[in-house]
Design a protein around this ligand. Structure first.
Ligand code: GLY
Length: 568
């Protein structure tokens, strides 16, 4: 009922904005989008205004932050198909009002039949695109298991109630925003290439006036509503999924689906001044790399150096370089390889790592074959939620690339991920994000591929301070780092901390990437004279953050997309 009300009011906004544009050349978005909002009770910040709205309604209906996260996650699977999903995986950090934290790992797994060299040709070379396109790129999806586990542990509202808004949206449809219409248009050729049937996402040209109705997805969501995990990992949806994979010569089986289980893990905790950060442990590299970078930076007077000054960017880039070098060598699924977490975040070790830092000269990353960053920056999605009792959720989920493998399961209506590309197909050979990996992230049956997703919750003086995260592949960790530093070192307000442009170093390729015109030409030329290579690239990340200020919550949605803060 509430969802219907929401949809009606949004339709009215749409009609008004389309019928009376202030400038006929200016296309109005169909939704009211808030980039910054201060509320007294609760806040939801997501990549799509309809999802934010559903999260807030769930909270108003008596749900807690985890209930809202589940409702938002399924809503994003409908309204944000490029990354919101049931065919992929993700991570969630929960911090309850009494300060207890848990990490939920619903990352995809390699199918049982996966082999270490499955993406290599007979000469041992990586077959370009094999880990990214088609059925062989698909990892065993984790989202449905993750949401069921989250609900079992923390849910207050009924499971059915949390699925209902997404089901209604899939049935009645939703209006496209301009950026989403453009994104769909960009991928039409790939949708044709990777689907054996005509999907609801295929149309000659999408425009802002179009509505997407997803009856097949609605049926799938109804099965999940009625049967929980069995509605996805068994029965008709499982058969549709495996048929799709088989049609594309993939290797996933019914046994893989039935055997999938999301896992509760201990988060990784670390400190920076009087802040305590709670973030994701392996199989994400996010928490460890963030801990490493902050420890490397903590003893330098960043505030004195100044925001995006040559000294600050040089130092931060050098810390990023060292953390990503460690990532490539040591990190993988800790259920399969020994990850030396405590050593990697030890102060003495990190001080040692920074011994080679030279304030007057860029370091040189080890010379091995490096990859290029592709212009695929918004392939994942993050949302942050705080409820009126102070429970907080930070959740990042992904299909990997935009629309994952681009393949929609026939009859079931959802995109399959291409997460297998996050494994190291061959030591030293970069994946789509230009990231290289080693033994620790080699493919093994049932192993989880290494991730950069960094859902994070930060306490200050033991109280909730910030809920933060972002999509952006390899740039996720450095975006979270920079938003935090912007707030606590460079004294920016949350809006500026999130909306300001960002830069990124990931060891290999040996260069600083920056969004267009991030740094002044003076800073760029000074960094070059220190020996840094600098390259402009497409936008970096879409950060969704909630800051607790006294008794109020400030929500900021990134200005790099349709992202929206909503609350009450
Ligand atoms: N697929 C992007 C990540 O997990 O880091």
């Amino acid at each position: 009922m509430n969802t219907i009300r929401t949809l009606l009011s949004l339709s009215i906004i749409f009609i008004l904005s389309c019928n009376s544009p202030s400038n006929p050349l200016e296309v109005q978005p169909p939704y009211k989008i808030e980039k910054q909002l201060v509320t007294e009770n609760a806040m939801v910040v997501t990549a799509h205004p309809l999802a934010s709205d559903i999260g807030v309604q769930t909270l108003k209906d008596g749900g807690n932050a985890v209930d809202a996260a589940i409702a938002v996650n399924f809503a994003l699977a409908v309204v944000y198909p490029r990354a919101g999903n049931i065919g992929g995986g993700g991570f969630m950090i929960v911090r309850t009002k009494d300060g207890q934290s848990q990490a939920l790992d619903f990352r995809e797994k390699a199918p049982k039949a996966a082999t270490r060299d499955m993406y290599l040709d007979k000469d041992g070379n990586v077959v370009e695109g094999l880990s990214r396109n088609g059925a062989l790129a698909v990892g065993v999806p984790g989202v449905v298991s993750g949401m069921v586990k989250a609900h079992e542990k923390y849910g207050k509202l009924s499971w059915n109630q949390l699925l209902e808004p997404a089901i209604q949206l899939a049935k009645t449809g939703f209006l496209l925003t301009q950026p989403e219409a453009e994104t769909l248009n960009k991928f039409q050729e790939e949708f044709s290439k990777h689907n054996r049937h005509n999907t609801v996402f295929q149309q000659k040209e999408w425009t802002i006036k179009d509505k997407i109705i997803q009856p097949e997805l609605a049926t799938t969501l109804e099965l999940i509503r009625d049967q929980k995990e069995a509605g996805f990992y068994e029965g008709v949806v499982a058969t549709q999924l495996i048929d799709e994979v088989k049609a594309g010569n993939g290797i996933m089986t019914h046994e893989d689906l039935k055997g999938y289980n999301a896992i509760w893990r201990d988060p990784i905790y670390f400190e920076y001044d009087n802040y305590r950060l709670i973030s994701m442990p392996p199989p994400s590299s996010g928490g460890i790399a963030l801990a490493q970078m902050l420890a490397m930076l903590e003893h330098y007077p960043l505030n004195e150096y100044g925001f995006q000054s040559t000294k600050a960017v040089h130092l931060i880039a050098e810390a990023e370089r060292r953390a990503y070098a460690d990532r490539a060598e040591h990190l993988g699924d800790s259920d399969f390889v020994k990850v030396p977490t405590s050593q990697m975040i030890k102060e003495s070790y990190l001080n040692q790592r920074m011994k080679s830092f030279d304030a007057n000269k860029a370091s040189v990353s080890k010379e091995i074959k490096a990859g290029k960053l592709l212009a695929e920056s918004e392939e994942t999605t993050h949302f942050s939620i705080v409820d009126k009792e102070g429970n907080a959720v930070s959740l990042t989920t992904t299909l990997n690339s935009n629309f994952g493998s681009k393949t929609v399961v026939k009859g079931a209506g959802f995109f399959l991920n291409n997460e297998m590309d996050d494994f190291s197909a061959k030591p030293g050979v970069p994946n789509q994000f230009g990231l290289v990996g080693n033994e620790a992230n080699a493919i093994e049956p049932e192993k989880r591929m290494l991730s950069s997703m960094t859902p994070t919750i930060i306490e200050k003086d033991k109280e909730l301070f910030l809920v933060v995260g972002t999509p952006g592949g390899s740039t996720i960790i450095t975006s979270v780092l920079q938003v935090f530093l912007n707030l606590v070192e460079f004294d920016l307000g949350l809006k500026d901390a999130v909306h300001n442009k960002r830069f990124h170093h990931q060891w290999l390729p040996d260069q600083i990437y920056m969004e267009e015109a991030t740094l002044s030409s003076k800073v760029v030329s000074e960094l070059k004279s220190l020996g840094h290579k600098i390259e402009e690239r497409s936008s970096i990340g879409r950060v969704e953050a909630i800051l607790k200020i006294g008794n109020e919550l400030e929500g900021v949605a990134d200005n790099r997309g349709d992202d929206d803060a909503s609350g009450y």
